[in-house]
Design a protein around this ligand. Structure first.
Ligand SMILES: NC(=O)C1=CN([C@@H]2O[C@H](COP(=O)(O)OP(=O)(O)OC[C@H]3O[C@@H](n4cnc5c(N)ncnc54)[C@H](OP(=O)(O)O)[C@@H]3O)[C@@H](O)[C@H]2O)C=CC1
Ligand SMILES: N[C@@H](CC=O)C(=O)O
Length: 437
């Protein structure tokens, strides 16, 4: 409950791990400044963790293992959730919001799976729900989409939104590090999720892609609507092959607005590794940095860049939201939530227009090229470049296509697998940039 005399807002912190610890540090170390910016003191009234009895460098009297009890306690004004996962976090936040507590969350998995339920609870409780930290760590991207670009029409978002996979791919590219070694480093640095499968299999990026697409296109996109591929199949040979083409491999999230044949609109949202020309603005985004490239009708192209993972960068975004919800609360106001009014059709991946880089082990005989080219032609897929590496039994053909539907490209790969002269389809990867759709 807001104390009008003392002007203190009481904060329940759910989670005290990589991000939570930094939230505590920032609130404590900037206490006076935050009080001046908010107009009231932000006081941490309790901290929920899973395992009690550990020294966490915080006042032990604040610790509890009853997150739900803390979130709905009468004296709590603001709830910060930095635990992660769907349940029990959803139940805690729904009950806190219905009880009128303003909520700040970094939980992209929950927001992408069931943001609608949280928004309904926020509306029922007349409370704020802010989640800037859920996408791209410290980078302010959700607020620009929700506010600054609200008068424009966004057509496309291309992003690197997972720090762990970008760290792994950048290390493989620049130092030749192995996949597992780089993943261990990313985990040690606090970038990876509690279960890093969420990072390397693309679930984390897909959740962020769903949140970005929902805000950019004013429609409901959930994680289940996002085509998702991770980076576990990316090999050192793929990275070297990309390098030979003047490209680098990145895990991209791509959200596009389309005009359908009947004049209506649809959106496609996908996450997959892709070869990107080194001249592309996203190609130079290394380490655990993230970047989001936004294209809009009037604004043109914008790029948002910064630290996308790690305790302190993420806590920076959490604190920004905390100040915003605290101010709203003092003003007796609530931010107008984004409406999914556009209700756009979600296009399946098969309809997306992409390009493929295909590497084949072939028998180096006369007519091989013609047979391979015919397989592409049967699917109406046009080849942009083709080159042969090696000779005889070691011959490899590398083909890069022009843009075609993903369905036609996938069918081409299946047809190539059936050709007797193709010993092995060594790798298939999409290519982004460098050609209009
Ligand atoms: N790390 C990052 O770079 C970023 C993380 N995020 C998101 O922020 C959230 C937190 O991430 P992070 O700090 O890395 O995660 P951690 O795993 O480091 O911390 C999670 C915290 O939640 C606590 N917790 C887990 N289950 C419960 C439970 N049932 N009841 C009470 N407390 C519980 C844990 O307690 P205990 O300490 O006892 O285990 C721990 O303190 C996630 O949603 C993540 O996706 C967003 C952007 C970046
Ligand atoms: N595991 C995530 C953390 C931030 O969202 C990542 O690597 O980007």
């Amino acid at each position: 409950m807001t104390d009008p005399e003392k002007k203190t807002l009481r904060v329940a912190l759910l989670g005290c791990g990589t991000v939570g610890r930094e939230v505590v540090r920032l609130i404590e170390s900037q206490s006076d400044d935050l009080t001046a910016r908010v107009g009231a003191e932000l006081q941490i009234a309790g901290i929920a963790v899973r395992r009690g009895g550990r020294d966490r460098g915080v006042d032990p009297a604040l610790l509890t293992t009853d997150a739900h009890g803390l979130a709905v306690r009468d004296d709590i004004d603001l709830v910060v959730e930095v635990v992660g996962g769907i349940e029990p976090a959803r139940s805690w936040l729904v009950d806190a919001l219905k009880a009128g507590k303003s909520v700040v969350s970094a939980n992209k998995a929950l927001l992408a799976e069931d943001g609608a339920t949280l928004q309904e609870a926020a509306a029922a409780g007349g409370a704020d729900l802010y989640y800037e930290a859920a996408v791209a760590g410290a980078i302010p991207i959700l607020r620009p989409l929700r506010e600054s670009l609200h008068g424009d029409r966004i057509t496309r978002i291309t992003g690197i939104v997972n720090g762990t996979t970008n760290y792994i791919l950048s290390s493989m590219d620049s130092t030749g590090a192995g996949f597992n070694e780089a993943l261990d480093e990313a985990t040690e640095l606090g970038y990876a999720e509690a279960d890093p499968t969420a990072d390397v299999e693309g679930f984390d990026a897909a959740a962020k892609a769903a949140i970005l697409a929902s805000l950019a296109f004013h429609t409901r996109v959930t994680a289940a609507d996002v085509h998702r591929e991770g980076i576990t199949e990316v090999t050192a040979a793929d990275v070297a092959s990309a390098r030979a083409m003047g490209c680098t491999v990145k895990l991209l999230c791509i959200a596009e607005r389309h005009t359908d044949a009947d004049g209506g609109e649809s959106v496609s949202v996908r996450v997959h590794p892709a070869m990107l020309p080194r001249t592309h603005p996203l190609a130079s985004v290394g380490d655990a940095f993230n970047a989001v490239f936004v294209e809009a009708d009037a604004a043109g192209q914008l790029m948002f860049y910064g630290r996308g993972a790690g305790g302190a960068p993420t806590a920076s975004a959490v604190l920004g939201d905390l100040v915003a919800v605290a101010r709203n609360r003092l003003a007796g106001a609530r931010a107008t939530p984004e409406s999914p009014y556009a209700d756009l059709r979600i296009r399946p991946m098969a309809e997306a227009r992409t390009r493929y880089h295909i590497s084949l082990d072939v028998s180096d005989k006369a007519g091989v090229l013609a047979e391979v080219a015919a397989a592409f032609a049967r699917q109406d897929v046009s080849i942009s470049t083709v080159r042969q590496e090696g000779r005889g039994d070691d011959a490899t053909l590398v083909a890069v296509t022009h843009t075609a539907t993903d369905a036609a490209l996938a069918a081409t790969v299946e047809a190539l697998r059936e050709l007797p002269i193709v010993r092995n389809v060594v790798s298939v990867m999409r290519v982004e940039g460098g050609e209009s759709k």
